[in-house]
Ligand binder design. Structure first.
Ligand code: GLY
Length: 439
């Protein structure tokens, strides 16, 4: 079986390793933006491609006689790569361009939730001009507000009052900037609570959920500094999270089921791929932050390391509408993933500097924005290398991740507090306080 994986990061390394564990023993091909050393080592053949160049990717897929394509990042989904693959009879994990709007247009996602009365929708307004913007910001100024660009913005399109924007005046300035750049946007009430990611395999009928994961988004310890693509992520052995109740999880699952049902109804197509809900547990219940149409990075590293079933079988189940009959089992272990990132990341990351990975085994090391140049590993300006600790407890998993990350050497930093007891306790106490207010 020839499998093409599109994407070049640690998420794609996790996907590729899950494929390699399969009893189908697939041959792996990659379309990647840079020479990721882990992916090259796993590959039969690769080519370097712009992720927007769907025509070229499909041309190579046809030449390689690809039996299954798996799309990692959101950009090719937005550009319609899945549509083009299916038109060329290549079964593909990843929704069509129309379905992927659940991620690629935040306004579309909110309209869908509103139209079909889906739970977890915060108050919001959509703007294409400045008319009404100031009043809206003032209206939300008591709870705080969030301004979200409508389209994909590489994780940089969300500004939160009290974090990035000091007050209504700064919020309004930001909206003026967006309108000047001809960008539409949403203004939403700010929700307060604890975030979690819930990913599911989807075959157009059934959803099979992965264990929930918490992403650590801020760059620096103690949840300070700018937002990033994610500095690491944790999951717990009981497949909940320390601040998350079974009822919270059931509500989030219910929301995902509704979203797939109504999204398919709206688009008239089946969703074959990964749905990833970004949720927040608040004092009032579960709120939806956003949906993504792909695996999370780094959340996929946690989830796929836990997956004990055959990933390729699961992909075939998604393609054939047979997911309900496919075995999907996750180990009851805790995981802690941490990213080593270049100094200056995310705003002014250094690049073109060499790093060294001094480990005996690469099993739990996942290269991301690292380019293999001859025999050197060079930084290319984004999250560089992820490590994973997996153990019975979060505490043990965290210590394993720390013991690995010290072997990645270069002008890098990481968050030593991800998955530590004090950080977990902080989240539990925060949630207890919020729940007590409601009680
Ligand atoms: N970890 C955030 C994302 O994948 O979008």
């Amino acid at each position: 079986m020839n499998i093409l994986i599109i994407g070049s990061g640690a998420r794609e390394v996790a996907i590729a390793r899950a494929c390699k564990r399969s009893s189908h023993h697939p041959t792996l091909f990659f379309a990647m933006t840079h020479r990721n050393p882990d992916l090259i080592d796993l590959s039969h053949d690769i080519f370097i491609s712009d992720m927007r160049d769907c025509q070229l990717i499909v041309k190579r897929a046809v030449e390689w006689k690809i039996d299954l394509a798996i799309i990692g990042p959101e950009t090719p989904l937005e550009k319609g790569l899945a549509d083009l693959c299916w038109q060329n009879k290549i079964p593909t994990i990843g929704p069509t361009q129309s379905l992927a709007r659940i991620e690629t247009s935040k306004a579309f996602a909110r309209f869908l939730m509103k139209k079909y009365n889906i739970l977890g929708l915060p108050r919001y307004q959509f703007f294409e001009t400045l008319e009404g913007v100031y009043d809206c910001l003032r209206q939300f100024s008591e709870t705080g507000f969030v301004i979200k660009e409508d389209g994909l913005a590489n994780g940089k399109g969300v500004k939160v009052s009290g974090v990035h924007l000091a007050d209504v005046a700064e919020g309004y300035e930001h909206c003026i900037d967006l309108i000047e750049q001809q960008k539409s946007f949403l203004i939403e009430e700010k929700c307060v609570g604890e975030e979690f990611s819930l990913m599911a395999f989807c075959d157009g009928e059934s959803l099979v959920f992965m264990p929930p994961v918490q992403d650590y988004k801020r760059a620096w310890i103690n949840d300070t500094g700018p937002n990033t693509g994610g500095m690491g992520s944790i999951s717990a052995s009981n497949h909940l999270l320390p601040f998350l109740t079974e009822q919270d999880l059931q509500t989030a699952k219910h929301i995902c089921h509704d979203v797939i049902k109504y999204l398919q109804m709206e688009c008239g197509e089946k969703y074959r791929g990964i749905l990833y809900g970004g949720f927040m547990v608040t004092a009032k219940g579960i709120s939806v932050i956003e949906f993504n149409a792909r695996f999370g990075d780094s959340e996929s590293i946690n989830a796929l390391a836990l997956l004990e079933s055959d990933f390729v079988e699961i992909c075939l189940g998604m393609i054939n509408g047979q997911l309900a009959k496919t075995l999907v089992h996750f180990a009851k272990k805790s995981t802690v993933c941490k990213y080593a990132v270049p100094e200056g990341y995310p705003e002014y990351p250094i690049s073109k500097e060499e790093i060294h990975i001094n480990v005996d085994s690469y099993e739990y090391i996942y290269c991301a924005s690292v380019d293999r140049d001859q025999n050197k590993l060079m930084l290319i300006g984004s999250r560089a290398v992820a490590v994973l600790g997996m153990a019975d407890t979060l505490d043990q998993a965290e210590k394993i991740a720390e013991s690995q990350i010290i072997h990645i050497q270069g002008p890098l930093y990481h968050r030593a507090d991800i998955g530590t007891q004090p950080m977990i306790q902080k989240r539990v106490e925060n949630m207890n306080k919020l729940r007590a207010v409601t009680a």
